[in-house]
Design a protein around this ligand. Structure first.
Ligand code: ZN
Ligand code: ZN
Length: 339
């Protein structure tokens, strides 16, 4: 009989640990062997000795971390290919969250666990779509694991942005967006919608946009917002990290329409409190319905919840006749979408 996953995969203070493989998944502290699902700072930490991740994630880590901190030894996992470590078969499978994001599939003595990392099910022109995998235990995030979270189509949200740009042709539209994933997805969605004017970037967003382009994600005409004179930004779309919106940086813009793109913009009080005039509900995480749909597709009888709103999800799993387990892992959820 195949061993139950809880006998060979265990939550530890550093993160999930695979005993027969001797590696951690997305450890929050520096460890000897780390498998990394994606490049967000809460999952990809500096200082590991050996890092196994997709080529994109490794490149993102190199751009974001100090010299020599992105893993002493870096090994690129090709999505779909099997890698054997001791008696464990490892496979990286796309998660649809950001460029290079992968679920990690572990097979050990006939028992299979899939660790989702962060994921979403809406189409995203900047990364490969989530592939559901049948398994014995599905380890899921639950950032938006409450029934109140229903993310509208991102394309509809971008149409609202473009309608506002048409309505206020003189005002710059300043959008708060995180540097890894959200920024590039917004730009790609604008290009898909036929918007081919230059898009202006805060300096903190430039490097990762270049990295996306190096991996074949075309983003069109991008220009630094810092060197443009004020009048060049009239009627333009400007992207900046959310932290820059409230500070002096934003003063270079005349009477901007302040927008922000996040799953949290679906919560009216939050959008109001943040003084955002144009909230765009665009999330790189699965909403409530997408989490439940994904769980059903995995056919897993048991679900482990890593981080987010686990209580509601575990209650719902009980109603569905599935076993739910809160791992209550500490140190995740700070990937920019979490306020
Ligand atoms: Zn993430
Ligand atoms: Zn995360």
């Amino acid at each position: 009989m195949a061993p139950h996953p809880s006998t060979w995969l265990q939550p530890r203070p550093e993160g999930l640990f695979c005993l027969p493989g001797g590696f951690f998944i997305d450890p929050t502290r520096a460890v000897d062997r780390a498998l990394i699902t994606h490049g967000h700072a809460d999952h990809a930490r500096p200082g590991h000795a050996h890092v196994l991740a997709s080529a994109e994630t490794l490149a993102i880590m190199q751009v974001r971390m100090a010299e020599g901190k992105a893993g002493t030894v870096q090994q690129a996992a090709i999505p779909g290919e099997r890698i054997r470590v001791n008696d464990v078969d490892i496979r990286f499978v796309p998660a649809g969250h950001v460029l290079g994001s992968c679920q990690i599939v572990l097979d050990y003595q006939g028992s299979r666990v899939v660790i989702s990392g962060d994921y979403k099910r809406q189409p995203d022109p900047t990364c490969a779509p989530f592939e559901p995998m049948i398994c014995d235990v599905f380890v899921t995030e639950a950032t938006f694991g409450l029934p109140i979270f229903r993310h509208p189509n991102a394309t509809d949200e971008m149409a609202r942005l473009l309608a506002s740009v048409a309505l206020f042709p003189q005002r710059p539209h300043l959008i708060g967006a995180y540097g890894l994933g959200k920024t590039q997805r917004l730009i790609a969605l604008l290009r898909q919608a036929g918007y081919d004017a230059p898009i202006f970037l805060h300096g903190a967003l430039v490097k990762l946009c270049a990295l996306y382009e190096n991996f074949g994600v075309a983003l069109g005409d991008l220009r630094p917002a810092t060197i443009a004179d004020k009048s060049a930004l009239h009627g333009a779309i400007v992207l900046a990290p959310p932290s820059a919106i409230a500070d002096r940086w934003a003063r270079r813009l005349d009477d901007p329409v302040i927008a922000a793109a996040s799953g949290w913009m679906g919560v009216r009080q939050r959008a109001k409190a943040s003084l955002v005039e144009l909230p765009l509900v665009i999330s790189d995480h699965a909403d409530w319905a997408a989490i439940l749909h994904t769980i059903a597709q995995t056919e897993a009888p048991e679900i482990w919840v890593t981080h987010g709103a686990e209580a509601a999800l575990i209650h719902q799993l009980g109603l569905l006749g599935l076993r739910g387990r809160a791992l209550a892992l500490i140190g995740y959820g700070d990937d920019g979408e979490v306020a």
